[in-house]
Structures are given as C-alpha cells and as structure tokens.
Design a protein around this ligand. Structure first.
Ligand SMILES: [Mn+2]
Length: 380
C-alpha cells in the first residue's frame, strides 16, 4: 500500500493588482501540513507552478523552502516536485542539491535520463513542463512537427523505459485534452497546440495514477488510468471567483481500486465581483466579503467618477483590488481602413471618446504616438 498527497499549482509569490497573495499560499500549505500531521503519508507530489514567477520574492521562497521543507522534513515526509510553466528553471537548479538534503526531490527540466524517483514500493515518473523549445530540440530530426504529438511520444517513451515497481505514478505539468480551464492559466499555454491527448499515450495504462498540474480547476480526466488535476491552492485571480480548492489524498493498494479522496482547502481570501451604480452602492456589501473585491461601476461618467473617489477613500479601499468602468454602449465608428492606416491616433481618439465618453487623456495620446512611432520605425 502507498499513501500520498497530490497538490496542484501553489503559485507562491502571486500578486494580484499589486496585492501579495503569499498569505493565501501559506494558509493553503499550512492546511496540508496539518493534514499530514494527523494522517501520515509516504510522500507528497507537487505538480508544478510552485511559484508564480521565474524569480520569486524572498517571502515566497521562504514559504516553500523554509516553512514547508522544515515542517515536512521534521515529519520525515519526502516531497517530489516538478516545475511548471510559471517556474524558473534556472532558479530551481540553484536549489536542487540543497533540496535533496531536506528530502525534497526537484525535477527541473524534462529529461530522458533523469526522471524516476523511487520511494518505497512506488516509482514516480517526473515530467516537468516541456517548453516548445525543449521539445523542438529533442526531436530535431523528427518528421512530426506538432508539439502535442512529440510530448505524447516523449512521455510514452519515458513510461515504457522506466523500471517498474509495485506502484507507478506519472507526475506532470501539462495541458491535457478535455480539461476545463479557468482562464487564469497563461492563455498561450492552454491552446489547442499545447493540448496533450492522454489517450495517445499507450503506456499510460501501465500506471496506477496520473498527478497533473497546470489547469486551475479540480477535475478528473477520463482516460485509461486515474488522472486528476487538483487545481490551484487558492483563488489566483477573478477568473477563479467562487471556486472551491482541493488537494487529493490517494491510497493505492494491490488488487484493489484506488482510493482518491478530495480534500477541501479552506480559503483565506475569497474573490468577489460586485456590480454597482450610484443608487445600488452599499459599502456594507464590500465589508461583508471575506477577501478581495473587484467593483464594476455601471453608471454615467459623472457618477462613475464620484463613485471611484468614494471607493478609494473609504476604509474598504484596501479590499478593492480593481475598479472597472463598464462600457456604456458599444462604440459605433465608421472605419475606412485606408484612412485609419494614415491616421491611427485620430481613430483611437474617436474610439476612446465613444467608449468612455471623454477625451483621450494627453498622456495616453503621447504614449500611443510613441508606440506607433516605434512600430513604424523598428525593424524586426
Ligand atoms: Mn498554474
């Protein structure tokens, strides 16, 4: 029997409209630690996007490498960690050796030579996020050009050549077919081109469990073996508003079906969007949100200005991460493409006026002109 936790995208070091979300990440991790104190496990799998940035801030680094490693190491629970598309490979390389002393196994780059870790009677095949650059290089002479097909072949080859143990697991950070995204993942990394079809990985059926990272919504993927995304550990941005967050507690037993228990994480800060106008604005609605608010103002431009200054001066100002003005009406602009090409800034001015019902501010106009100049005068 093997018992483990599968944790998804932590995104330590995330800031949302300049607000650090490190307390949210730390709160999630503390619940994981509380869990394993009561229910010991053989190891913990972390499926990438440990950090939100290539070079995370000191506080985020402390949360992961200090708090988590210290706590888990004291409990003698090994951690197996792969990088995601948000993680800096160079950053992680720097910690690789050090981490081993703390019973933490880092897999920084996908590699055909170093990808298996054995813990007791379980082999874990580790495939960090494979960048298109890495995949292109690995398959320089290959006839197939598609990223997804190459990744599928790569993973299939790794699983096939990996030594077999009683239990065998794949830990990977990737976008798989039929997964429901939340839009808070980076857009370019969830497109069709990047979508891996697990059903094309034949060797997958020889495994007992597939631990996925990348997609921020908890879900089971229909394929030949148990495959899960456990999602992000807190509501990363307003695309995840209202979502519950989880990790998996998994028990694998010989000749028995897997026991996969979905463990709910308590959320420190909920994200909530409120639509208001001068009549409906109620400061108490904002006060009542246990977390952060995005306000969308849907009113005349005069009222909108008034509401904006009210919201930013009230005591609830620090809870409001974003104020948006609604678009009052769809701008209708007659567009003659030849004319636009000659006078882009006039067109932009007209558009701005129609959209916001006010003149294009000078600084914005200046920035626009500078940008236009750059575009026209920079060679590729
Ligand atoms: Mn992510």
């Amino acid at each position: 029997m093997t018992k483990f936790l599968h944790i998804g995208d932590i995104h330590a070091g995330k800031t949302l409209h300049n607000k650090s979300r490190n307390d949210d990440a730390e709160y999630a991790i503390s619940q994981v630690i509380d869990f394993v104190k009561k229910e010991p496990v053989d190891f913990i799998l972390m499926a990438g996007d440990i950090f939100d940035q290539y070079n995370p801030d000191a506080e985020a680094t402390k949360i992961i490498f200090d708090f988590m490693v210290r706590e888990l190491n004291a409990l003698k629970i090994p951690v197996v960690m792969i990088t995601g598309n948000h993680d800096g490979q160079a950053f992680f390389e720097g910690y690789k050796t050090l981490a081993k002393y703390a019973n933490m196994h880092l897999f920084v780059r996908p590699s055909p030579d170093d990808f298996v870790i054995t813990i007791k009677d379980t082999n874990i095949i580790c495939v960090p996020y494979a960048s298109p650059k890495f995949i292109a290089k690995l398959w320089e002479d290959s006839a197939t050009s598609e990223y997804a097909h190459k990744v599928e072949s790569f993973i299939n080859a790794l699983i096939s050549k990996a030594p077999k143990n009683t239990f065998n697991i794949l830990l990977s950070h990737m976008m798989v077919k039929s997964a429901k995204i939340t839009k808070s993942e980076r857009e370019a990394s969830v497109g069709e081109y990047y979508t891996i079809n697990l059903n094309n990985i034949n060797a997958l059926k020889t495994l007992n469990y597939v631990a996925l990272g990348h997609v921020h919504r908890y879900q089971k993927i229909q394929t030949t073996t148990d495959a899960y995304y456990t999602g992000s550990c807190f509501q990363i941005d307003f695309n995840e508003e209202g979502q519950e967050k989880y990790f998996n507690f998994v028990i694998l037993e010989k000749q028995s079906t897997n026991k996969v228990e979905k463990i709910k994480l308590d959320i420190k800060n909920q994200l909530k969007t409120l639509k208001v106008d001068a009549k409906s604005l109620n400061i108490k609605d904002i006060e009542d949100v246990k977390g952060y608010v995005r306000v969308i103002i849907d009113d005349t431009i005069e009222n909108t200005r008034l509401l904006e200054s009210k919201l930013t001066s009230e005591h609830i100002a620090s809870k409001i991460l974003e104020i948006r003005r609604n678009v009052f009406e769809k701008p209708e602009i007659e567009a003659d493409l030849n004319k636009i090409r000659d006078n882009l800034v006039d067109f932009y001015e007209e558009y701005y006026k129609a959209k916001y019902r006010e003149d294009l501010p000078e600084d914005l106009k200046k920035a626009f002109l500078e940008l236009q100049y750059k575009v026209e005068h920079t060679e590729e």
